[in-house]
Design a protein around this ligand. Structure first.
Ligand code: GTP
Ligand code: MG
Length: 425
């Protein structure tokens, strides 16, 4: 089954905790602190896998978590870095932040890697906290949490040219006549159920990629037929070939068909409405309604639109159409790449700027947040220096001030993770 959308959860590894350890050696009485730092948590990285054509894998696996960094240990040994996790996606996958729907990255370039969630830094071991006056620091820092987020993956195929038109007008026939692609072709509506790509090779290194999508019908943008779902695969195209069945074999009017498709394109996206078009009048070998055909040609002429008369099935007019398409492409900008609308690092900093949040729970003051929990987790209440370090940190970061502003009184409970203590001025 073809899948071009998915929602997944990614989480980078937590940094390892710093170690509390003291140098021990025979005949050396009081060794200095030698607790090593924790290792960095693994990143979540995205990469293009050429040859992958759908997002099907993500229907079954929705959670991707990188490895945590290992804790530090004695003798200043740093914990091992957590392994990165590399997620492979098809070329053209656009990644959005699920919360804000903003684009984070467009994975069109197969050479580039994108780090979508960064692993937390390892905490410092107690070796870092030794000073001239504090010779036996009995505390170390915990590692930071890894970045995590929910994201949407959306595949938007890369093609220079898109084929659009009603069902059964001959789009797949045209693709099969001009490329090595082997799409299903049959005399009924919605034969094509997923996009097909092919390379049109005109020789002399003149080539382009052509995309065939399922037929569009009136109301597609409201979900009628196969809906407009597949239009995302022609969003990046540089030009559209609008195929119109002018034979009258289905009893429809080609001018109406032409206008309906354009209205549906406009309803989907203004940018598609404005995409340059080449009009191909197909099935001229079996014209049933000559009057309708003539009036279509006259109407297009009146609107100043050039029409390529075609019989895709018998290969008539196909070369001329492809050559003109190539010629037009040379005048147009390259395939569209989507610009990121947010920077994950910046976002992470903003989210974490304060590093804590205080809420009242009855008589208690509960403080949550990545920074406060890391600091709280590393405090050793049995050690006076550790306690002082902790109190200074609360003071410097403005936590004490916030508590006072919230009306805390002496003796009231403060809770940080598993820590609980009475507030004293
Ligand atoms: N006589 C004639 N028949 C054609 C021509 N082009 C396509 N056909 C026939 O029209 C029918 C539909 O062709 P497809 O290429 O499957 O049409 P499509 O536009 O891809 O249709 P969907 O995938 O349903 O959107 C098939 O039976 C083709 O053989 C043509 O130029 N002349
Ligand atoms: Mg088709």
């Amino acid at each position: 089954m073809f899948t071009d959308k998915a929602k997944i959860f990614i989480k980078a590894g937590k940094g390892g905790n710093g170690a509390i350890s003291f140098h021990r050696e025979k005949y050396v009485a009081a060794g200095g602190p030698d607790g090593g730092d924790g290792g960095k948590g693994g990143n979540v990285i995205f990469k293009v896998e050429l040859g992958m054509t759908t997002l099907m894998d993500f229907r079954y696996k929705r959670k991707y978590v990188a490895e945590n960094g290992a804790d530090g240990s004695g003798k200043r040994q740093k914990g091992k870095k957590g392994a990165d996790i590399i997620i492979k996606v098809p070329q053209g996958t656009v990644i959005r932040d699920a919360e804000s729907n903003r684009i984070i990255a467009d994975l069109s370039n197969p050479e580039k890697e994108f780090v979508l969630a960064r692993g937390g830094n390892g905490g410092w071991g107690n070796a870092h906290f030794a000073t001239a006056v504090r010779q036996t620091p009995n505390f170390a820092k915990n590692g930071q949490a890894g970045d995590e987020r929910e994201i949407f993956l959306e595949l938007k195929l890369l093609a220079d040219v898109g084929l659009v038109g009603f069902p059964n007008v001959g789009k797949s026939t045209l693709l099969s006549m001009t490329t090595k692609a082997d799409p299903k072709i049959a005399n009924y509506h919605f034969t094509t159920l997923e996009p097909n790509l092919g390379v049109v090779d005109l020789g002399d290194s003149r080539s382009f990629v052509l995309a065939d999508i399922p037929g569009i019908i009136e109301g597609a943008s409201e979900g009628v037929g196969l809906g407009h779902e597949f239009l995302r695969h022609i969003e990046r195209t540089r030009i559209l070939i609008h195929v119109v069945d002018v034979s009258g074999i289905e009893g429809r009017n080609p001018i109406e068909d032409f206008d309906i498709i354009n209205a549906e394109l406009a309803n989907y996206d203004m940018a598609l409405e404005e995409r340059p078009q080449i009009v191909a009048a197909n099935k001229i070998d079996i014209i049933q309604d000559n009057e309708a055909y003539e009036s279509f040609l006259a109407e297009m002429k009146k609107r100043g639109i050039e029409v390529f008369e075609l019989s895709a099935a018998t290969n008539k007019g196909v070369n001329e159409l492809m050559n003109r398409t190539y010629e037009e492409l040379t005048k147009l900008p390259p395939i569209i790449e989507f610009e990121p609308e947010m920077d994950i690092d910046e976002e992470y900093e903003i989210k974490d700027e304060k590093g804590y949040e205080i809420k009242r729970e009855n008589e208690a003051f509960v403080i949550t947040g990545s920074w406060i929990e890391a600091v709280g987790g590393s405090v050793n209440f049995a050690d006076n220096e550790s306690l002082q370090y902790f109190q200074r940190a609360l003071l410097n970061r403005g936590v004490i001030e916030d508590l006072i502003n919230m009306g805390i009184k002496e003796g009231q409970t403060v809770r940080i993770g598993d820590l609980e203590f009475d507030f004293v001025f």
